[in-house]
Design a protein around this ligand. Sequence first.
Ligand code: 13P
Ligand code: SF4
Length: 355
Amino acid sequence: MAIQANSVSDAFTQMKALLSSVVPEAELRIKAELVYEILKKKDERGAIILGHNYMEPALFHTVPDLVGDSLGLSQAAAKTDRNPIVFCGVKFMAETAKILSPEKTVLLPAKEAGCSLAAAITAQDVLDLKEMFPGAPVITYVNTYADVKAVTDICCTSSNASQVMRSIDSRQALFLPDEYLSSNVARELGKSIAIAFRGPNGSLEIEGDPAADIIGWRGRCEVHEQFTVDDIANARKQFPDVAVISHPECTPEVVAASDYAGSTTKLVEYVKKSHSKRFLILTECSMGDNIIAENPDKDILRLCSVRCPHMNQITLEDTLHALQADEQLIELPEDIRKAAYRSVERMIQIGPQKD
Ligand code: 13P
Ligand code: SF4
């Protein structure tokens, strides 16, 4: 996937051919120098660069050896024997790579690249929920930190959430921490859901019937919660032929009003395969640019005020710096890593959802 360049001007020529529809030429010229330096350093060190679908176009289309969604990148991280792994994504993703490859150096090219979902729940929240719902298995979205994964039974991503839920042999399950992903799964599987949260005095409270099939958690993605059914109605009014596709971190109302919902990779594939010519893509806005660059014959409408501030922390400058100075090193206590490994590995065994 990464480009092969033997000089800065070679890198620039290739980047221009790939990206001139989405990145101004002056910016490409500056970034070509960084890209060339990163490619050289990567080869020198025998490193592998993994890039999430939300990386900005000049990074996404140039330096990663593998690009994809959370599940694809977790699997890639598990299989690679190259070292170090440079994870161009947010911290929970780099932690997943470390969970699966403890003997390797894992680098995150940003000082802070968080996630509002990962920040929404702590290991203590999960332990308190387990006490409240004894015996209910715990499924956690991979958008959580290692200590949270360590106290759960199985992880899931947006591309296998329903499949993981179906694999659970229990009347009731905890599905944490994304309120909307769990509600979308409940809707798809015809299950009832109640949402747990911390009340003002810190005690656990439940909105809905505590006997519901699924107990979710009040965590939300700060990007996807911003999309509304009005955005969809307005786009359909102006462009009646538009295909609306959304990420399952959007509200159930937005997902229900969309033509298709899926993980970031599934949205990319949908655009490639669809006969529609025009799309509204309700997800992080760099992915829209990445799709435009690969599908010049399609018209992509975007609501581009919604860049993930955490994904936005990952830059070409910091990717180069990470490779040069081994920064930021991801490290995990071994007992937490081992316990988290079990939950991630169980998910990987289940694999992606069959549509
Ligand atoms: P994917 O698993 O679909 O790549 O999503 C990750 C994410 O952070 C979405 O906001
Ligand atoms: Fe987290 Fe949302 Fe950013 Fe994805 S887009 S990393 S879920 S804040």
